[in-house]
Design a protein around this ligand. Structure first.
Ligand SMILES: [Zn+2]
Length: 231
């Protein structure tokens, strides 16, 4: 305990000089939006209303909500929607974002592979199970690596189309990192393709957004796409 506090006394000055907190409002204003309306409902209101509506849906399907196993399902779904799988609709849940000055002048590609990317298709409300590869070439700022996973997770936790999700992640990184050289690639299985419609359980969908050098320099592009293939 004593050791920890003495350590803390030394480090804050250094950290404060290099870590710049960013405003969530500004970040989200620079990310292409998910189509939304302002309905004035708090998260508690949303859980209450979704519980009511889901009760109706399950009753319309002919399910007996007095059964022990089903009795709490509407509330469980409502909480899951608001707090978990669609938590990315709530700006208050945006991950704490800090960037660090690129004092080491790192000027090569930074690639994060195999980022879990679980989302929900907004056309059918069924899961999208994907893997993202994200890269950037820093300018004056770098970011903690886990922050990139958190950005992917935040925008995934919305009803999505894969194309928009890919672009939202790229928009966010381009703004936060103040670099044009950003690349996002997502390869995903869509449960709406697997369980209904064509019922193809093997096909996957790949989307990418390559910007700056990743778009214009063939060797940079090829290096990134090579990392995507390795995933
Ligand atoms: Zn779908």
């Amino acid at each position: 305990m004593a050791k920890k506090s003495s350590k803390k006394k030394v480090s804050p000055k250094v950290e404060e000089a290099h870590v710049l907190p960013l405003s969530v409002k500004k970040i989200l204003a620079n990310v292409r939006p998910t189509p939304m309306i302002e309905n004035g409902l708090s998260n508690e209101d949303k859980i209450e209303k979704i519980t009511e509506k889901f009760t109706e849906i399950l009753e319309v399907l002919g399910l007996d909500l007095k059964d022990d196993s089903l009795i709490d399902t509407p509330k469980r779904i409502a909480k899951m929607y608001v707090n978990e799988v669609f938590g990315g609709l709530d700006p208050h849940k945006f991950p704490k974002m800090t960037v660090i000055e690129n004092t080491m002048k790192y000027d090569q590609m930074i690639v994060i592979q195999a980022i879990e990317c679980l989302s929900f298709c907004e056309h059918h409300f069924l899961p999208i199970d994907g893997v993202a590869t994200v890269a950037y070439i820093p300018n004056k700022k770098v970011i903690g690596l886990s922050k990139i996973n958190r950005i992917v997770q935040y925008f995934s936790r919305r009803p999505q189309v894969q194309e928009r999700l890919t672009k939202q992640i790229a928009d966010c990184l381009q703004y936060v990192l103040e670099t044009d050289h950003v690349a996002v690639h997502i390869n995903a299985k869509h449960y709406c393709v697997m369980m209904r419609g064509i019922e193809d359980t093997h096909s996957t969908t790949a989307t990418s957004d390559l910007r700056g050098h990743f778009k214009t320099l063939p060797e940079t592009r090829e290096e990134f796409l090579h990392h995507c293939r390795l995933k």
